[in-house]
Design a protein around this ligand. Structure first.
Ligand code: ATP
Length: 234
């Protein structure tokens, strides 16, 4: 579905990703594991069209997308739920959700999608008329995920969805990710909660200093000595 082939990217003259290769197949949950500053966010932003690759190819469903603008990438079916949620705090939850449906394809089916999405997020439905900024951190994260779903993505990318949330809310975030996968959406997940993430991931990549150093099934990475020492603290 998605392939990164020798992708290099960075900011200005600084190269962050040094030729990385990643594959995500339809229906999978794939995770990228790495220390702070390894380049995980940069990888997601490069796929999303927010950072332009300086070399390599990114293909999605057979089409080269590495030169597309962010909204063109969304129109192809890839949505990024950014770190820190980035909701519009003074807009209602309902309007925040509508903002997610900005491609013509998504806008045409907005009310139907809203119903489908709210089925997954009953707590969000209860708060549709509230300002997004007045919600708790966990509720805001659910709105951010729901807004991402409003674009009717085929591939949904999450950047640190459980950051700063209490353990019980973290569990709810993981439950939602699993329910989204069951609706047929493919997931690429970056998450500091490495144990839980590898537990639900079909496959994972380890990114260190902008290079992929390992890739394997989630369960094999969970058993790997280096992963256990460096990312699980075992
Ligand atoms: P974290 O878990 O801390 O978010 P990460 O693996 O997601 O880490 P990135 O956010 O991709 O890492 O950052 C990789 C490197 O790129 C870091 O050294 C960071 O300082 C640098 N970087 C990130 N964004 C920018 C930017 N807009 N301009 C310049 N450098 C940046």
């Amino acid at each position: 579905m998605l392939t990164l082939h020798d992708v290099q990217a960075g900011y200005g003259r600084t190269t962050i990703l040094h030729g990385i290769n990643i594959e995500v197949r339809s229906g999978e949950v794939v995770t990228i594991v790495g220390a702070n500053g390894a380049g995980k966010t940069t990888t997601l932003r490069t796929i999303a069209g927010l950072v332009r690759p300086s070399a390599g190819r990114i293909t999605f469903e057979g089409e080269e997308i590495g030169r597309l603008s962010p909204h063109e990438v969304v129109a192809r079916g890839i949505t990024l739920i950014p770190e820190g949620r980035q909701l519009f705090p003074f807009m209602s939850v309902r309007d925040n959700l509508r903002m997610g449906a900005y491609t013509p394809h998504a806008r045409a089916r907005m009310e139907q999608t809203m119903e489908e999405v709210l089925e997954l997020f009953p707590r969000v439905r209860e708060r549709l008329d509230q300002h997004a900024g007045s919600l708790s951190g966990g509720e805001q994260q659910m709105v951010a995920i729901a807004r991402g779903m409003m674009a009717r993505p085929k591939l949904l990318m999450f950047d640190e969805p459980s950051l700063g949330l209490a353990p019980i809310i973290v569990s709810q975030v993981f439950d939602v990710v699993e329910r989204i996968v069951q609706t047929g959406v493919t997931v690429l997940l970056v998450e500091q909660n490495v144990f839980r993430t590898l537990s639900i991931a079909d496959r994972g990549y380890v990114l260190e200093n902008g290079e992929i150093t390992m890739s394997d099934s989630g369960s094999a990475l969970l058993r790997d000595d280096h992963v256990r020492r460096a990312y699980l603290g075992i």
